[in-house]
Design a protein around this ligand. Sequence first.
Ligand SMILES: C[S@@+](CC[C@H](N)C(=O)[O-])C[C@H]1O[C@@H](n2cnc3c(N)ncnc32)[C@H](O)[C@@H]1O
Length: 273
Amino acid sequence: MPDSSPTVPGQVPSNGIDTTTAHSARIWNYWLGGKDNYAVDREIGDQFCGIFPEIVDIARASRGFLTRAVEYMAREAGIRQFLDIGTGLPTHDNTHEVAQRVAPDSRVVYVDNDPLVLAHARALLVGHTEGGTEFIDADLHDPDKILAAAGETLDLTRPVGLMLMNILGHVGDLSEARSITARLLAALPSGSHLAIADGTNVVKGKEFDEAIAIWNEAGSVAYNLRTPEQIASFFDGLELVEPGVVSCPYWRPAVALNPGREVDEFCAVGRKP
Ligand SMILES: C[S@@+](CC[C@H](N)C(=O)[O-])C[C@H]1O[C@@H](n2cnc3c(N)ncnc32)[C@H](O)[C@@H]1O
């Protein structure tokens, strides 16, 4: 939980929670209307919103996509195991809640490298069904560690729903982000699915670029906007589920949407053949 004890600038306290630098999960939590953030996160979050107020719509549209993508995977693709890397702070419709609503026996492994996320996740992301949840403290840059630890909870010979939601943008080098994704997918069997959402700069490019520059100066880990084509490249070798790579509100919306509701957050789901 956020504590208010003072932190010496530049020093990370013994609980590992640095309250002097803005953190991705906490700023995101602030935009989603959560309370698990510190003054430093709110300051950057507000500066960001001053330049690019659409970020709040983006955060919510992305969460809506997560809900629909997990429902699709659980209901239509029969997925019962999920690996959610870059969990973020608990909010409404967390991956295990959506999956277990459809299929109570769903198992979900959450992975993050932020100590505050892990503390909250262990306390709050607990399934109440015959399925289960597990938490791994690991870095996306070490996919082999993630796979080894996930394999203790998930049966990696059966299809897995791999979730990389708003995390690949934190890997600066596109080819590295692609090779991490490919390494994770290589360990999963046919029938596994990949869900990705990440920020783009094709709808309101300039303002989003400016706001991201502020984040990258102040935040703990930089974020990189990508083009929809670059996001599509993470799905090379997979079968894209309809409607393909689209702005989040347009991925299988509950009701048909008119044009013009695009936000700078693109997403897709793909199936490993
Ligand atoms: C913007 S938040 C997104 C949270 C959630 N996936 C969502 O879309 O609502 C990014 C998350 O990725 C985590 N993260 C960033 N870089 C990471 C890395 N290299 N390894 C593991 N987690 C990372 C952050 O701690 C944070 O929880």
